[in-house]
Design a protein around this ligand. Structure first.
Ligand code: UD2
Length: 319
């Protein structure tokens, strides 16, 4: 495993301190507009039937949340894979992350790539560092995408259990457009897929894997939300458990010559059906540029997948 540390503009102390929960938060940081128990966002659902919050613009106060998390001196790890032609998306991903993702907090980017010499130089703020880890190329884009789960699980095992408080796993062909911060933290965090949040679809019409031969199978009356494979996260141990379970199921399928409908995303969705996420992020946190820019529900787009030429960039693309 290759380990290259890219220097950033400022010296960073790598030793993580234990959170000092005894230090009081200055009360002025805790003051904010009086909250209401009876008014708020009315055109979206902000809580699941299992009482996990669904994070939408207008449901949280960033300054208050930052004041709660800042004394804990947290480190947020981000994993992103840039293999083959997808390396071209990394610069924008990193530059926009520096503008919007956990600004003011320690962020460690872990870039998995087959081209370590092509990592762009991106100026990073103090406390933010980039680490490169080797990833293999493959003949099929599906295999590159799915291999992320095993690679990230290994990274958590070897480095993140003690090296980060939270980890987010994101698609590289994406850009940040607006604030993404402490409101997104939780034990196990899923993002509602932007293509399925507002359709009056039955469970049977969501694109879960349906074939009983696959370990990702969901029956027609099962499901919660349909979640995106391009963004999820949580505490390292919980994310590790999820990735390991999904990867085991994915490999069992592969040994029997089956590939779930949407690859690892199908396994992820089935995992979340059995193991409910503790926090959901609205599609503000995983939009797609090919969709309309805004809707009455999605007032702000924080992170979105760019439009890409599949035939040009994906190995093994068959249309
Ligand atoms: C969706 C999911 C994606 C994955 C995939 C599985 C979203 C926004 N994205 O995206 O996470 O679950 O479905 O079908 O929900 N990659 C490379 N090189 C390659 C191919 C892929 O580095 O040649 C990496 C890269 O980080 C990319 C990710 O794999 O962002 C997923 O591939 P994709 O973006 O082409 O998959 P897509 O758009 O179908």
């Amino acid at each position: 495993m290759l380990a290259i540390v890219h220097s950033c503009s400022t010296e960073v102390d790598n030793s993580r301190k234990a959170p000092d929960l005894s230090s009081p938060i200055a009360s002025e940081h805790l003051r904010y507009k009086k909250p209401s128990a009876v008014s708020g966002r009315t055109n979206v659902v902000a809580i699941t039937p299992w009482l996990a919050p669904i994070v939408w613009e207008g449901t949280f106060d960033s300054a208050l949340l930052d004041a709660i998390y800042a004394p804990r001196d947290i480190t947020v790890a981000v994993t992103v894979t840039a293999v083959g032609k997808y390396i071209r998306f990394l610069k924008d991903f990193l530059e926009t992350a520096e503008q919007h993702f956990f600004v003011g907090f320690k962020v460690h980017y872990y870039v998995f790539t087959d081209q370590p010499d092509q990592i762009p130089a991106v100026k990073m703020a103090a406390g933010r560092q980039l680490f490169v880890r080797q990833a293999a190329n493959a003949k099929r884009w599906q295999d590159i995408s799915a291999a992320r789960f095993k690679g990230i699980a290994n990274l958590i095992d070897t480095e993140l259990r003690d090296g980060a408080d939270y980890v987010f796993c994101l698609d590289v062909d994406s850009k940040f457009h607006a604030h993404w911060g402490t409101e997104s933290l939780g034990q196990l965090v899923a993002v509602i897929h932007p293509g399925y949040y507002n359709l009056q679809l039955q469970f049977s019409q969501l694109p879960y894997e349906r074939r009983p031969e696959s370990k990702a199978v969901m029956s027609a009356d099962e499901g919660d939300f349909y979640y995106a494979g391009g963004a999820f996260g949580g505490e390292p141990s919980s994310v590790h458990h999820m990735l390991s379970m999904c990867n085991d199921n994915f490999e069992q399928d592969a040994r029997r010559g089956i590939e779930a409908a949407w690859g690892e995303e199908s396994h992820l969705n089935q995992f979340f059906w059995f193991n409910k996420p503790t926090k959901l992020l609205s599609p503000e946190y995983q939009w797609q540029d090919m969709q309309a820019k805004g809707t009455p529900e999605v007032k702000i787009i924080r992170f979105s997948g760019i439009i890409k030429d599949y035939a040009d960039i994906r190995p093994g693309w068959e249309g």
